[in-house]
Design a protein around this ligand. Structure first.
Ligand code: TYD
Ligand code: MG
Length: 477
């Protein structure tokens, strides 16, 4: 008998090595490479019978025009979840929900399973992490214990696949979580890349063959050090990430890959003592705790997917007590903050000096849009000059390296949302056709970042001058 093949697999990205290495060359992760005994299934290949790769027979080609009928989507009735999936689940698809432990994945999927069961769709919830009683208690707390969800505690993939393959088996299966599942043909412990990938492969194969919709839960840590859903992203049809700050009650479900719908859509939920509740109007929620005009804060009119969302951006520029000033960002890209600071210094003569810079997107939302540049700049200038941005103003626009303010998409949708929430003014990029008002909002168009700086310049001596004397604020002068 041949000796089982030893391979070393990066638990973060799945790269395979012949010998151990402290650092993964593929993803740059440290201490992520561990030994796995792969048997016949090489770590990169799917397990069992697929490893042989066919018998050399000719394959039959078919044309693009055919009669592939799409069965109706499974609509859960949880509006935000359906929206992110692209108006419901596609039968026979595999969906992965990733997110930090404790963020609410099990809660969400229990609610999804119960909603489907209520609609008369056979639904199984297979828990590998929690005992039956724990899941039942949660269902009771959520008021879902009267629904007809088929509950099981199991981790052996072979048993699960056999059960779901049988006649009359449920047509939707929630697997919570893929990290706890294991296939006995593979020697590695559950949670390693090889096990996670092989287990998912077996479930996805079942989904395609039997039309079972599989919802996989996957934990990711901030460092991505545990064999995470990252290695599964290319195998499943849809990847959703569930995010949010632990201390906040808002949760954002974000589609990062969807073979059957849009990928930039978000769903907003509020975590309550009765589970996750749809948030139909996120802007009102994100702005709920705003305290009028304070220096260093402004409202950004953003767009997430197809939906405009208003959020407050907060900045604090304060004299540093460190040798090297600190720049810390929550909810935005720190590289982009560095760029905005550099443009303010180089193109507008605003001196940040040896100050610490803190930036926060209030409410726990994570913004990826470059359109937030102008709002970030406004918050920074406002904090530095100690001048509040007017409370009835929203801001959006992308900033170029020359300091020019660039147009962004969906201008009207942003302005309409702002008008709906009672805002009167907007600071926005210049448009071709002169449209000083839109949706009842008067628009102040800025072509260059220095125009914005001029508008937020301190109006009396009590406030801090922006430049060049701003440097005097530092402790080194
Ligand atoms: P959970 O769904 O177990 O997270 P995950 O599966 O992603 O690890 O959610 C756990 C958190 O959610 C826990 O801290 C408690 C909170 N929670 C509520 O606030 N309200 C509820 O109704 C439920 C069920 C959980
Ligand atoms: Mg869980």
């Amino acid at each position: 008998m041949s000796r089982p093949q030893r391979t070393f697999v990066c638990q973060s990205c799945g790269a395979v090595y012949a010998k151990w290495a402290g650092k993964c060359d593929a993803c740059g992760g440290w201490n992520t490479v561990v030994e796995e005994t792969a048997g016949t299934a090489a770590a990169g290949a799917p397990p069992g019978r697929l490893a042989g790769g066919g018998k050399g027979r000719r394959i039959e080609f078919a044309g693009l025009t055919g009669t592939s009928e799409q069965p109706p989507r499974l609509v859960t009735g949880l509006a935000e979840f359906d929206r992110v999936c692209g108006s419901g689940l596609v039968p026979g698809s595999a969906l992965l929900i990733g997110g930090d432990p404790g963020i609410g994945k099990s809660t969400l999927l229990l609610q999804v399973a119960a909603a489907l069961a209520r609609a008369g769709i056979g639904c199984a919830y297979i828990s590998g992490e929690e005992a039956l009683d724990q899941v039942r208690l949660r269902a009771q707390r959520l008021g879902l214990d009267k629904t007809d969800v088929q509950l099981a505690a199991a981790t052996a993939i072979r048993d699960i696949v056999a059960t779901l393959d049988a006649r009359g088996a449920p047509s939707v299966a929630v697997i919570d979580s893929i990290q706890t599942m294991w296939l006995d043909s593979i020697d590695s412990v559950p949670g390693t890349v090889t096990q996670v990938r092989a287990s998912a492969q077996a479930l996805i194969e079942l989904a395609k063959r039997r039309g079972v919709t599989v919802l996989l839960v996957g934990h990711v840590t901030k460092e991505g050090a545990i064999a995470g859903p990252r290695v599964l992203e290319h195998m499943v049809d849809t990847v959703l990430y569930f995010e949010g700050e632990r201390g906040h009650q808002f949760r954002i479900l974000r589609a990062v890959k969807n073979r059957f719908g849009p990928t930039d859509e978000i769903g907003v939920f509020e975590m309550s003592d009765r589970g996750l509740i749809d948030v139909a109007n996120p802007s009102a929620l994100f702005l709920a705790e705003r305290r009028g005009a304070v220096s260093g804060a402004c409202v950004f009119a953003g767009v997430e997917g197809t939906r405009p969302v208003l959020v407050e951006i907060q900045a604090l520029v304060a004299p540093s007590s460190f040798a090297t000033p600190r720049h810390a960002v929550v909810g935005w890209d720190s590289g982009r903050l560095a760029m905005v600071l550099a443009v303010l210094e180089a193109r507008c003569g605003v001196s940040i000096g040896p100050n610490d810079v803190y930036l926060n997107v209030a409410g726990g939302l994570r913004i990826a849009e470059p359109a937030a540049d102008l709002a970030v700049a406004a918050a920074l200038i406002s904090s530095l000059a100690d001048t509040p941005v007017p409370a009835d103003t929203v801001i959006f626009g992308e900033i170029g390296l020359g300091g020019e303010v660039r147009a962004v998409s969906q201008r009207d949708a942003r302005l309409k949302e702002a008008a709906k929430l009672g805002f009167q003014k907007a600071v926005a990029p210049v448009t071709d056709g002169a449209r000083p008002t839109a949706g009842g909002i008067s628009v102040d168009e800025v072509g260059h970042l220095s125009d914005l700086v001029a508008r937020l310049r301190p109006t009396n001596e009590r406030r801090r001058p922006l430049a060049p004397a701003g440097r005097r604020q530092g402790r080194y002068d």
